[in-house]
Write a protein that binds this ligand. Sequence first.
Ligand SMILES: *Cc1c(COP(=O)(O)O)cnc(C)c1O
Length: 360
Amino acid sequence: MPYKLCEKVRKLEPYEPISGNYRIRLDANESYYNFPEVIKDEIKNIIGNVDFNRYPDPNSARLIEQFAEYYGISPDNVTASNGSDELLYLLASAMLTKNSRVIVTDPDFSMYSFYSYLSENEIITYRKNDSLNIDVDELIRLAKSENADMIIFSNPCNPTGQGISAEQARRLVKGVDCLVVLDEAYMDFWNESLIREASRYDNLIVLKTASKAVGSAAIRLGFAVANKTITTALRAVKAPYNVNTVSQEIGRCIYSHKDILDSRREDIIRNTARLYKSIKDITDNYKLPFKVYEPCANFVFIESDKSLSMYEFLLENSIAVRYFKGADALRITTGNEEENKEFLVLFEKFIIENILKRNR
Ligand SMILES: *Cc1c(COP(=O)(O)O)cnc(C)c1O
């Protein structure tokens, strides 16, 4: 018998982010800021001092200290990882077992079910209501009736940009016995975090990443914040040298620049509000049946039956955004002012040329 891949791998639908060269990238929710020169200079110095022949610190202790200081929490409650992706994989594979029951929500970040599928967890899907939000009471009931082992979702949500308040999240965590994983990848852009109280619950993990507001997607840093029991477990199940020394040191540097991070975050929030308002004004002005969601993250989610043709039109003009087939929606990451302006010009152009003219 020739070798054959196992069935779950053969059937896997790979996660395919956009590759290729586009002039304007508004597809991956990254920060539009690269590091400033002062930080780049510090990094050159840091790289010059790395012991490349030595394994990294397995606990990323100095990085975690800086991260914890930035968020005003204790380093004892933090685990560092090679992007929060690594933590998502560990949660599904190491913290659960085959056939463990995981609740994911829809729409939400697809990697949760991707890793649960690979880990052969039982996936239960909670469908969000028409305003694309989570009804916490419904979710609590579902967790109980389905005897769930874990609930995982992003707050604010990627791709919808909607979120539940800290009070609602607290109610969820207290209302269920199972593990609740709150992926707060975008919470830097909103103010409803449970990160500072995560250690007080026996069943909560808050995930953070350096890839979005912190503008460091290239170095792959993620973090889990939880009580000491969970933290000990996460540190035990991860690969020993999961975060390389270069990333640990650069991460330590970037989190030490609170002023820079804070002012950039404010700028991204401002530009997102402007982008949302401009998109809304355009669609209202032409009385289009587009549903534009007011975001609490750094992107705008738009539902319409023109999503695919709009997406293709933008790509032809070298602007990459994200298209969601199932939801028939587009997610536009906030770019810098010029990028947003160019996007808006093309967005309106498409509407005039491909929607209004055809309808005449
Ligand atoms: C981008 C994103 C992450 C970050 O993943 P990294 O592996 O840390 O880059 C995590 N969760 C959600 C919902 C995201 O959108």
